[in-house]
Design a protein around this ligand. Structure first.
Ligand code: ADP
Ligand code: MG
Length: 470
């Protein structure tokens, strides 16, 4: 086995234990640089990757190399080094993407000043518009746990070296998990370092509205000036580009111009680019070409740490066992967690009493996962899935067995069984009068797929979140 084959075998193994975003991010452009009887040197593209791999993956790599070589390798070092990697080595699942072709800028443009957040002092005070950054969303107030450490590290790397290796940065995950917080933290941090930078934070919806009104009023040049003259563009909730064809076209040119000039681009979304319905392929491949990082639901320890941090921020003291209780009841996302804490604080401040377990428990009943689940009806579930996959309800309930319809339909049946404990015959009924064996089959199939299919796991997580939090 030569070093290329060895590395390929090692990567093949590591790939199984990591999410796709994670794997691609850390192992793209790595290779075996040197190998001797006892030690191995791995070439990595930059310092950021070096530190991360050293900290997080050194042991696994050694173990895997030992298995493939018979156990002599004891030491591993990482070295920043670039090398042309043979095509078959690039550890990205699926087809290779076509390389982007960039369009020349249409014309030189001038920037209207008022659109940007110009000074840190404005940043602190201006909490009104969507254009502005909110100073409270900074890295200092962001709690890092296992489920967001990748996104957090990437966001920090971008604010240390905008336009550098991670361009674009694409952060995705369910509602209330800190995506907006991270985008804003990047903006705030960049401004803190250089108050003259032109940072534009905007929601995708606002971008779309702006574009539409520029078209209507014939002010396309103003629009272009505004978006193409920034140093860093942060667009939140980019999934809303789905289905908006002419906005996508405009976004494509904005993206290319900024990217070409090494300007940093950061996006957030509730899902990976390829999963956004009706998003042009050329766009999703661009969105994927930099760094993708997912955020997941915080585990118990992280939830407690977040509560502690929010209490410090609010200068309000709550006993540890009460915080533990809140963290064990509210599991969905950080926004809910904050909501629950605020409710607890408001109640006790109003009554002017100290919180105890007895006074806190009744306040949290509306956050109990079980009581949330009771409220969801099959109709709501069907509706949620139909929006998630951008498929009409009639089609979901209809007869067609096209894969694009059949799979979401099976997901609905699975969730009815799993989440609502419905009987198979009633599941069949809800789905346009299907046989109960169809429902059984769907349940079994999705259960089986779930064990290996990370994208499906992610989809179900997001669907459930939407179902229970909307
Ligand atoms: P998203 O954009 O993913 O829907 P947000 O960024 O708006 O979520 O986060 C919702 C709320 O939770 C915000 O108030 C945010 O400050 C807070 N939050 C989310 N994640 C964290 C975290 N890891 N540490 C501290 N606060 C967090
Ligand atoms: Mg958000």
């Amino acid at each position: 086995m030569n070093t290329i084959e060895l590395w390929q075998a090692v990567l093949g193994e590591l790939e199984l234990s990591l999410s796709k975003a994670n794997f691609t991010t850390w192992f793209k452009s790595t290779f075996i640089s040197e190998i001797s009887e006892h030690s191995l040197t791995v070439g990595v593209p930059n310092m950021f990757t070096l530190t991360w791999l050293e900290k997080k993956h050194a042991k696994e790599i050694i173990k895997s190399v030992q298995e493939h070589t018979g156990g002599n390798i004891k030491h591993i070092t990482f070295r920043v080094e670039t090398r042309q990697i043979p095509a078959q080595m690039v550890p990205v699942a699926g087809k290779p993407e076509p390389q982007p072709v960039y369009h020349a800028p249409e014309q030189p443009v001038q920037s209207p000043k008022d659109f940007f957040t110009e000074q840190p002092s404005d940043v602190q005070e201006n909490r009104t518009g969507e254009f502005s950054l909110n100073g409270k969303y900074c890295f200092e107030t962001f709690i890092v746990g296992k489920q967001n450490e990748l996104a957090h590290a990437a966001a920090q790397a971008v604010s240390n070296q905008p336009g550098g290796v991670y361009n674009p940065l694409y952060i995705y995950g369910g509602v209330g998990l800190g995506k907006t917080h991270l985008l804003q933290a990047i903006g705030n941090e960049l401004l803190r370092k250089n108050p003259n930078l032109r940072i534009l934070y905007i929601t995708c919806e606002r971008f779309t509205n702006d574009y539409v009104s520029a078209l209507r009023t014939g002010k396309m040049n103003d629009f272009k000036n505004r978006y193409r003259m920034v140093d860093t563009l942060l667009i939140d909730d980019i999934q809303f580009l789905g289905g908006k064809e002419s906005t996508q076209e405009e976004f494509f040119h904005t993206f290319n111009q900024l990217f070409q000039n090494n300007k940093q681009l950061v996006f957030s979304s509730d899902r990976p680019p390829k999963a956004i319905p009706s998003l042009e392929a050329r766009l999703s491949s661009r969105l994927e070409q930099g760094m993708m990082a997912d955020v997941g639901s915080p585990d118990f320890e992280t939830r407690v740490a977040i509560l502690e941090s929010k209490c410090r921020e609010k200068v309000y003291q709550i006993e540890h066992d009460i915080l533990n209780h809140i963290a064990s009841v509210v599991q969905t996302n950080v926004r809910e967690l904050e909501g629950a804490l605020n409710k607890v604080i408001a109640f006790h401040q109003f009554k002017n009493i100290r919180p105890t377990l007895d006074t806190v428990k009744p306040i949290l009943t509306s956050f109990q996962p079980s009581s949330l689940k009771k409220n969801v009806t099959p109709k709501q579930l069907i509706h949620t899935v139909s929006i998630y996959f951008d498929i009409r309800i009639e089609d979901l309930l209809g007869k067609s067995r096209e894969k694009k319809l059949a799979f979401p339909r099976q997901i609905i049946m699975y969730l009815m069984r799993e989440e609502m404990k419905s009987s198979y015959p009633s599941i069949g009924n809800e789905l346009g009068g299907r046989d109960h064996t169809t429902a059984m089959h769907a349940y079994e199939k999705i259960s089986e797929c779930l064990t290996a299919d990370e994208k499906l796991q992610h989809d179900l997580e997001l669907i459930k979140q939407r179902l229970y939090t909307s």
